[in-house]
Design a protein around this ligand. Structure first.
Ligand code: PMP
Length: 363
């Protein structure tokens, strides 16, 4: 069996020990005589899997008391509608920080339910940085302020947390789909965090929501019951059948993160991987990143070849060397190396070595 270095933006590489354990337990989970996929979600085995996964996630992120951790479905794009339905209450507008493609999608969806204010935008710089906090024009009457903490397509990430001293009483909502669990997080700064699972958490199909309990209970009347956070919380994320197998794998990923030394250790590894790649880009005369230094994503490293005609041969050579899914998103072009938690340092070393070899040939 040959496994590739998978640089996919998501669904993305999973830690190999997780896949190995899942394979071993596929037909018979811990003597139950069943696959996890076959279990009743209300039975004792799955109930314990669910409780373990939620407890591990709470512990990893040090989620404070007074926050609910919900396992939902519908993905991050679903949350773009579900969040306003649940959090608007009597308010009529939402402040958005526009940092790229995923922010834009969030705004478009929210505009069905509320007035959307662009409090700051990085559009004029081609979405290559996070607008500095001092430039945000926030409305104290907004229902919440929405950010995308890591723009998966552009490769732009927040290096700071917009805190209450800037936001006042207005809750901060973050789409953390592509950088959750990549470093320690101060959950108390947020009213709500959401993330699709298919990068750092597990398989697609599971959506994580972490929400401050006092924000619950204001859902608009037309909110589907299965997407009413208060109902989901009151039912322990089992109002309807949760994505059981995805939750099981997520639990194994949380255990794997613990075994690596938790989020501080994971963050150090991620910093090392990202530095290796960005340093190579800084040194190169052939490869270049457009993203501003203070906004460079540790998860999705986007770059271009100065001569775009060389992009296709670079990608083909990478593929031949066992590195796949490096093509940049069509909106940005070039190359995108997604180096989430499960990407080993050796994968980034292999990529950097191929970049040097390619530059020696073509530079
Ligand atoms: N937000 C971000 C930051 C993402 O990276 C993605 C998926 N790549 C989405 C939203 C959309 O997520 P989903 O497909 O789970 O709805």
């Amino acid at each position: 069996m040959t496994r590739v270095y998978n640089f996919s933006a998501g669904p993305a590489a999973l830690p190999e020990p997780v896949l190995t354990q899942a394979a071993e337990e596929m037909l018979d989970w811990q003597g139950s005589g069943m696959s996890v996929m076959e279990m009743s979600h209300r039975g004792p085995q799955f109930t314990s899997i669910m409780a373990d996964a939620i407890a591990r996630l709470r512990n990893l992120l040090q989620v404070p008391a007074g926050y609910e951790v919900l396992f939902m479905q519908g993905g991050a794009l679903g949350e773009n509608a579900v969040v306003p339905m649940n959090l608007l209450g009597g308010k009529t507008s939402i402040d958005f920080i526009d940092t790229g493609e995923w922010s834009k999608k969030s705004m478009l969806e929210a505009a069905k339910y509320a007035q959307v204010n662009v409090a700051a935008s990085a559009a004029d710089g081609g979405y290559t940085r996070v607008p500095p906090l001092q430039s945000w024009r926030l409305d104290p009457q907004a229902a919440y302020v929405h950010i995308c903490s890591n723009e998966t397509i552009g490769g732009v990430e927040y290096s700071f947390t917009p805190d209450a001293s800037h936001l006042g009483e207005v809750p901060l909502v973050a789409d953390m789909s592509s950088n959750i669990l990549s470093q320690p997080l101060d959950v108390s700064q947020y009213g709500l965090i959401y993330a699709g699972a298919q990068k750092n958490i597990g398989p697609a199909g599971l959506t994580i929501v972490i929400v401050r309990a006092d924000l619950l209970g204001h859902a608009l009347p037309f909110t589907p019951t299965a997407f009413n956070y208060q109902v989901v919380a009151a039912n322990g994320s089992m109002y309807n059948t949760p994505p059981t197998y995805a939750i099981y794998i997520a639990g194994l990923v949380f255990k794997w993160i613990d075994e690596q030394g938790g989020l501080p250790a994971i963050a150090a590894r991620n910093a090392e991987k990202a530095a290796l790649l960005y340093d190579a880009l800084e040194r190169s005369g052939l490869f270049v990143t457009r993203v501003a230094r203070d906004s460079r994503s540790r998860m999705n490293v986007t770059f271009h070849l100065r001569d775009d005609a060389l992009t296709a041969p670079f990608l083909a050579g990478a593929q031949a060397r066992g590195m796949v899914q490096l093509k940049g998103h069509r909106v940005v072009g070039g190359v995108r190396a997604s180096i989430y938690n499960a990407m080993p340092l050796a994968g980034v070393q292999t990529l950097v070595a191929w970049m040097a070899e390619f530059e020696a040939l073509h530079g």
